[in-house]
Design a protein around this ligand. Structure first.
Ligand code: PRP
Ligand code: URA
Length: 206
């Protein structure tokens, strides 16, 4: 399943995010806001259990979230997607995965993973603004499945068709939620028209 947002607010903020003149502070703000809106879509099917609640006026039927959620940002760029989502779901656990793309081969190189031996969450939301070749997302889902994660969703901002196809082929059970699917990858693996390097633009390291 691939969800591409049609929401005008997401598209408006995405336009600002792409703009070459957007400074890191504003860029981080936009990443956070877009991530929250996409998370709203990605969590539509979370399971709930009934829970009655007493209001000042009487009793009401309510629900409580049933499943434990894990937010899994891919370092570095995924970090900017965590805090807004975490505020909406404060009981979520955050598990960081460190990967970088080798510039020559475009293959993901793993450098950080502190997952405990047994899985502690039922639903994992993998967070990374960019799905380019798909290598980093596939490697992360591989790690999470090996860990024992049952349900995994990918939440990104921009995707290339090549990355969508690669992730769907490797992990057809992982639903993909993005703000927009762009045209293609260029010769050095960047999304076109894209937004440039999402890590550098957030952290001011470009
Ligand atoms: C970027 C991005 C993804 C990856 C996407 O990270 O945040 O993790 O590239 O590319 P892929 O789909 O081809 O794997 P990068 O490797 O630049 O690391 P950084 O976030 O630490 O800068
Ligand atoms: N990583 C990025 O940050 N940007 C791209 O366009 C591709 C991978």
């Amino acid at each position: 399943m691939v969800y591409e947002s049609k929401h005008p607010l997401v598209k408006h903020k995405l336009t600002l995010l792409r703009d070459v003149n957007t400074e890191p502070k504003k860029f981080r703000e936009l990443v956070r806001e877009i991530a929250m809106m996409l998370c709203y879509e990605a969590t539509q099917d979370l399971a709930t259990t009934p829970r009655d609640v007493t209001t000042p006026m009487g009793q009401a039927d309510g629900v409580t979230l049933k499943e434990k959620i894990g937010l899994v940002p891919i370092l570095r760029a995924g970090l900017g997607m965590v805090n807004g989502i975490w505020e909406m779901m404060p009981s979520a656990e955050v598990w960081h995965i460190g990967l970088y793309r080798d510039e020559a081969t475009l293959q993901p190189v793993s450098y950080y993973n502190k997952l405990p031996t047994a899985p502690t969450v039922q639903v994992c939301l993998v967070l990374d603004p960019m799905l380019a070749t798909g290598g980093s997302a596939i490697a992360t889902v591989d790690i999470l499945k090996k860990w024992g994660a049952q349900r995994i969703k990918f939440v990104g901002i921009l995707a290339a068709p090549e990355g969508i196809e690669a992730l769907q082929t490797a992990h057809p059970d992982v639903a993909i939620y993005v703000a927009q699917i762009d045209s293609h990858l260029n010769a050095i693996g960047y999304i076109v028209p894209g937004l440039g390097d999402a890590g550098d633009r957030q952290f001011g390291t470009g």
